[in-house]
Design a protein around this ligand. Sequence first.
Ligand SMILES: Cc1cc2nc3c(=O)[nH]c(=O)nc-3n(C[C@H](O)[C@H](O)[C@H](O)COP(=O)(O)OP(=O)(O)OC[C@H]3O[C@@H](n4cnc5c(N)ncnc54)[C@H](O)[C@@H]3O)c2cc1C
Length: 388
Amino acid sequence: MTVNQNQITDLAKYYEEAMRELGYDSIDSNGANQIGFHKNTITSKNGRRVDTANSFLKMAADRNNLHISINSHVTKIPVKADLPVGQNLQDHIFVPIYFFPNVSWTITEEKLNNIWNLMIYLTTGKGKYPIFSKISRFKFLFLFKFQFQFKFRAVVSGTHLILNHYFSTEDIVLKMAEKNQNGFTVLPALLRPRSTGSITLQSTDPFDPPLIDPQYFTQKEDIDIFLKGVKKTLELGHTKAFKALGINIRDTYIHFPQCKKYDAPSDGYLECYIRHYATHFNHPTSTCRMGHSNDPTAVVDQDLRVKGISNLRVVDASVMRNVVSGNTNAPTIMIAEKAADLIRVELLSQGYVCDRLTSSLRKFYGRYGELVIHYDVPLSRMVDDILS
Ligand SMILES: Cc1cc2nc3c(=O)[nH]c(=O)nc-3n(C[C@H](O)[C@H](O)[C@H](O)COP(=O)(O)OP(=O)(O)OC[C@H]3O[C@@H](n4cnc5c(N)ncnc54)[C@H](O)[C@@H]3O)c2cc1C
């Protein structure tokens, strides 16, 4: 899986300067200090996202000991355990804040969809505006002890698509799209929501879609923190760096129809804007949360085994106890890597070992690995398959 950083406009430079003006420093996002800004790292190759299916699963798909079941639908299962599956739904929530600089070199929908750019991209994987660039340029700022994150998108029109997709607010979308506006978007996002939702069955018909009830902003604290984050975003508009781009903060206070009765940028206006335009980041987690055997909110134990059912593990974003303070893909991959280790150790304790497993266990688990090593040649092939 390739991880990299790509940069396609100079906007990051201005953003960095603006952040410094507000008193923040560049940080290592994986380091001890998380309050500051940094370039985003992305799982991508040649301007496209790289996914786990191609990076991990494809090469193992033909193994005899792996069964992949696609488009599967469970119609009947005897109840083996009554667990709170689907409760505690959490996600990151954001609102787009638009900035309109007086320059012509930012990315617009028109430039993105330009046929030459597209051809260069398709033939070489490069080009000034590769498809992935719509979403590739951000830096993050973590605030209020990991509760807030800003994403930076070097395009306004990308957010039109989001608004169009989620809200069908065509009046606004068309107005902005018509202008084919030069600009960019900062997305303040709530990382640690107090409000939690649920996914439940809506009927006894297994083919009925589930009922997804996110319950966003049902806890007032979420709105209070969000307001602080939005105000911090707006402070960017007053920095010298943003002003050097010709940004006038008044242009940012677009009068969305639902919030006309409030003066921008009063708290009432901002809360109205948040409540109408906030949406999720596609980071749903925590509906099969991990926990102690005595924890009534837990679905899986600390080894990802479903409580009360043998030989069944859940390995995905749903096991997070709470949504993590950052994007969810890498942590989910980490959970899967950990699960692979847990399964190896379990096989080992049952006497399923082989040379390669032995050496990797010695490496990772030291003395514990030594204690449980026994050789069982026929079964070792199975473990070899898992490791290869
Ligand atoms: C549009 C979008 C953009 C995102 N961008 C980012 C990002 O920039 N950075 C980041 O860190 N995270 C991002 N995420 C979140 C990240 O992709 C998820 O957190 C991560 O993929 C979760 O992994 P998972 O294994 O829990 O679920 P998934 O990756 O969703 O895996 C679920 C799997 O189950 C399969 N499946 C579903 N139904 C069935 C069925 N009936 N039968 C058989 N198989 C089935 C699906 O095909 C899928 O392969 C994004 C998500 C979306 C949707």
